[in-house]
Design a protein around this ligand. Sequence first.
Ligand code: SAM
Length: 242
Amino acid sequence: MESGPDLLPSFPSWLIAAYYRWAALLNRLSPWIELDGMRLRVEPSVYKPIQNEVRVAPHVPTGRDVLDVGCGSGVLGLAAAPRSASVLAIDVNPAAVRSTRLNAERLGIRNLEARQGDAASLELGRCFGVVLCGPPFSEADLAGVERRWASAPGFTPRLFERASQDWLADDGLLIVHHMARARAALEALGRQHHLALVAEHPNHRKGAKLHALAWLYAQVGLRTTFFVFGRRPRPIENGPRT
Ligand SMILES: C[S@@+](CC[C@H](N)C(=O)[O-])C[C@H]1O[C@@H](n2cnc3c(N)ncnc32)[C@H](O)[C@@H]1O
């Protein structure tokens, strides 16, 4: 299987699994998070968007159909929804789909549909102007619910493959929220799948509340960026001269 940018390579799987259980306990104790006025409820087995993922909104072109891949709490799709024609949010974890539906309902967002499915195989039968994704940062191969939550071997390479082959309209954009230091690895995946990095928007600035949460959730010092990919222009073929 093609591997993606595993940026936590030195941690053994048992430690990552223990970390997920810690984060799930924190979510159970306090399921809510408020980001730029958007209040989200996050189930224990769902990633809490403490990296300020809501800040994707200004980078999403207006009026397009959006696909949010691995939606978790729904944060990316919910942030994009007010400026988009429609949002389809998918996640392999049923708890994430439930969280996304509930959050959309509570926020009065009506143009978002959430569906359970595996991004590797789900057939959608249509194209999108924007594909959004906050991939799992770790590629550790875990079992059970921890695996669904944030570790998924091969997720990011498969994301680029499916975005390029199945999901993106010709003028579509793939927006990936990832650690800033994943840049080279993501660009390499882009090249493999005929997608070029056309913009990057650092998402480093976080308020005191998010800094405190980052300590609690042991995600201190992660510097993330929204990486924007578009289709590479096809080389013009030189046909035989007549
Ligand atoms: C790091 S979380 C990001 C959640 C959300 N997009 C955000 O930015 O907060 C990654 C999400 O990908 C989902 N996921 C992992 N493997 C998947 C797959 N094969 N198909 C669909 N979703 C998957 C996980 O369940 C998780 O919700």
